[in-house]
Design a binder for this molecule. Structure first.
Ligand SMILES: NC(=O)CC[C@H](N)C(=O)O
Length: 262
């Protein structure tokens, strides 16, 4: 399906969900459409305003625990994102955003309700109560995406305390397998040893229909332009080919070399 109207990209509550530069994902999507001569509009939705239902791609970024609760409360109010997804919109949710689109997430010692858009839950730990919770997952992360997505290796940066798992009977599938870093943390059983761990082997993220959740900051779309194009393809159908700018190729090659996994 080729569209004639502008693609509307919603950047949700950037004051609350923008701690790690994830607003850059909107710039990448916008620019990759402009380079192709396709009309685009970025709709920045300030915290406290109702989320519009009429956008094509919704971006939710990362945030600290308290702002994350405020963001979840706002997003749950009109559930516009859920209806928009039902009408064909796509979602990219990163870290706090990833946790918020699930069923529940922790903050301030309590469990909070998410948007229930995907069948995941986040806890501080899934290990038995007598086991100390794992450390914060902080550092570089490398994910080998599910082959169904046809994407190259994904590079990013993670910084989160929560650990995430799929609920029984969950729809969709993990975004990929963690080669370096923690990601979801595999139900708290990761071998990487918490903060800065490099064990890998668990999974990161979810892909369910046109909804992608992931722990990868970066901004993730700047480091992984093929992921940006996957989202755009879901909205536009096939896109005119685009030679990645040289800077993007240089960045990816530098990440590949720096984060070479065994
Ligand atoms: N980087 C983030 O978005 C952090 C998410 C969440 N507050 C956590 O620490 O788990």
């Amino acid at each position: 399906m080729r569209r004639s109207s502008a693609t509307r990209i919603a950047l949700i509550y950037p004051e609350l969900l923008g701690t790690y530069g994830d607003g850059g994902n909107a710039i990448v999507l916008e620019q990759r459409l402009r380079w192709r001569g396709l009309p685009v509009e970025v709709v920045s939705v300030p915290a406290g305003s109702p989320v519009p239902e009429s956008c094509d791609i919704y971006l939710l970024g990362g945030g600290e625990d308290a702002p994350q609760v405020l963001a979840a409360d706002g997003i749950r109010q009109n559930r516009a994102i859920v209806r928009a997804v039902g009408s064909g919109a796509a979602v990219l949710a990163v870290c706090a955003g990833y946790q918020v689109i699930g069923a529940t997430f922790p903050s301030g010692g309590e469990i909070h309700e998410g948007l229930n858009l995907v069948d995941i839950e986040t806890r501080r730990s899934f290990a038995p109560p007598e086991t100390p919770p794992p450390g914060r997952a902080v550092g570089d992360i490398v994910v080998e995406p599910d082959p169904r997505l046809g994407l190259p290796t994904l590079y990013g940066y993670e910084n989160h305390a929560g650990r995430t798992r799929r609920l029984p009977g969950a729809g969709g599938f993990p975004l990929g397998v963690v080669r370096r870093g923690i990601g979801d943390g595999d139900g708290g059983t990761e071998s990487g040893g918490g903060a800065g761990g490099s064990g890998g082997g668990g999974t990161d993220g979810i892909v369910d229909g046109r909804v992608i959740g992931t722990y990868l900051h970066g901004p993730v779309l700047a480091q992984n332009p093929a992921l940006a194009d996957l989202l755009l393809t879901w909205i536009h159908g096939e896109l005119p080919p685009l030679d990645a700018p040289r800077e993007a190729q240089v960045l990816r090659e530098a990440r590949r070399r720096a984060l070479a996994t065994p």
